[in-house]
Design a protein around this ligand. Structure first.
Ligand SMILES: [Zn+2]
Ligand SMILES: [Zn+2]
Length: 358
């Protein structure tokens, strides 16, 4: 899975360059900090800092974090005899305590500490204190405003989930992402299906699908991807990021059906993805990555066509994809894209060759 913060607009699930976006300092965090700095110089107000580093967007490891996965503790377990605490899944891979080196005789659930962590997530992360008046004036009243910052909480939860996922603590990742989904659903109930909320929900559901797929739970993965598709389909199709995310979710369902041997279903999802991408290409004819997306989708549909005996359709699909890629003129700075195009071209020629060779 490529970690993506759905709250960072530039993020694309299949784009390797977005890897860093899930991590701090992300765009979100730096924007907030920049804003806070500007405000503090403009109006002499002070940007509040959470002792755990929550507000700053650069979450610090502290007593509520696991040193192994570097995320907030999940299902935490205390090592006996040294008493150091980690997520149960994380420490289960060690024989010696990573912090002090002591032999681990056994681990015990630390439910008290876990409930502190859960309360931290529930309460503390939900609200942000913002001082409206300068509190430097001696004796001056400091007015504190509590406001809803669900989006910041969402970005925070996704960041925690990505850390846990990278450390292969998938249950921890899923738990944080589910909270995030609940939050966004709550927001949608209040504000309706705004495109921002729907695209966030679509992206977080897609990430939950990736988590399930990583643990081999294909049917839950499909459920999440389908829900993701459902929300992304509600959005206007003029935004390339949204259509890309939608088409990727459709392809992921197609892949899971493909590997399960259900070729008809795979073809249907690949075709839907192809249609979304063709539409997007029509609206944005001069975006090379969009053209490449269409070529990749054509190849996926053609591949299934070949395996179910639709040979003419398959050959036509591969040929159309090659023609599209040939039509691309890339700028010198699009080196990464050029490599992908060259790789796709080789794949397509190989397929055509296999086709007529057999
Ligand atoms: Zn951990
Ligand atoms: Zn220890």
């Amino acid at each position: 899975m490529t970690p993506v913060c759905p709250f960072v607009k530039a993020a694309r699930p299949d784009d390797a360059s977005s890897k860093k976006l899930g991590e701090s300092p992300n765009k979100h965090g730096s924007e907030n900090e920049g804003k806070a700095k500007k405000e503090s110089s403009d109006s002499a107000s002070v940007s509040p800092k959470c002792p755990f580093g929550y507000d700053s967007g650069t979450f610090k490891l502290g007593p509520l974090s696991c040193m192994i996965c570097q995320a907030l503790l999940f299902d935490c377990a205390k090592c006996i005899p040294c008493s150091h605490v980690y997520c149960k899944v994380c420490i289960s891979r060690f024989k010696d305590c990573p912090l002090c080196g002591a032999d681990i005789e056994k681990t015990e659930a630390d439910t008290d500490l876990q409930s502190v962590v859960d309360r931290f997530i529930e309460g503390h992360a939900r609200i942000k204190r913002s001082n409206t008046d300068a509190d430097k004036d001696a004796g001056g009243d400091t007015k504190i405003v509590y406001e809803d910052v669900s989006l910041e909480r969402g970005a925070f939860l996704v960041q925690q989930a990505m850390r846990a996922f990278r450390a292969q603590n998938v249950e921890s990742a899923k738990s944080r992402l589910r909270l995030c989904v609940d939050d966004i659903r709550g927001q949608i109930e209040i504000m309706g299906n705004t495109s921002e909320l729907c695209s966030q929900l679509g992206a977080v559901l897609g990430t939950l699908g990736d988590c399930c797929r990583a643990t081999g739970d294909a049917s839950s993965a499909i459920d999440y991807f389908e829900e993701s598709v459902e929300f992304l389909t509600k959005l206007p199709t003029d935004n390339l990021e949204i259509t890309h995310t939608l088409s990727v979710s459709l392809n992921k369902i197609g892949d899971l059906k493909y590997y399960a041997g259900d070729m008809e279903a795979a073809r249907s999802f690949y075709s839907r993805s192809l249609n979304v991408r063709r539409d997007a290409m029509q609206h944005h004819p001069n975006v090379p990555s969009q053209t490449l997306d269409v070529a990749v989708s054509l190849a996926k549909v053609a591949d299934v066509d070949r395996s179910i005996g639709n040979e003419d359709a398959a050959a036509a699909g591969f040929q159309e994809a090659i023609k599209l890629l040939k039509s691309l003129t890339l700028k010198p700075e699009e080196v990464g894209l050029e490599q992908r195009v060259r790789f796709s071209m080789q794949f397509l020629w190989l397929n055509l060759f296999l086709f007529y060779g057999s």
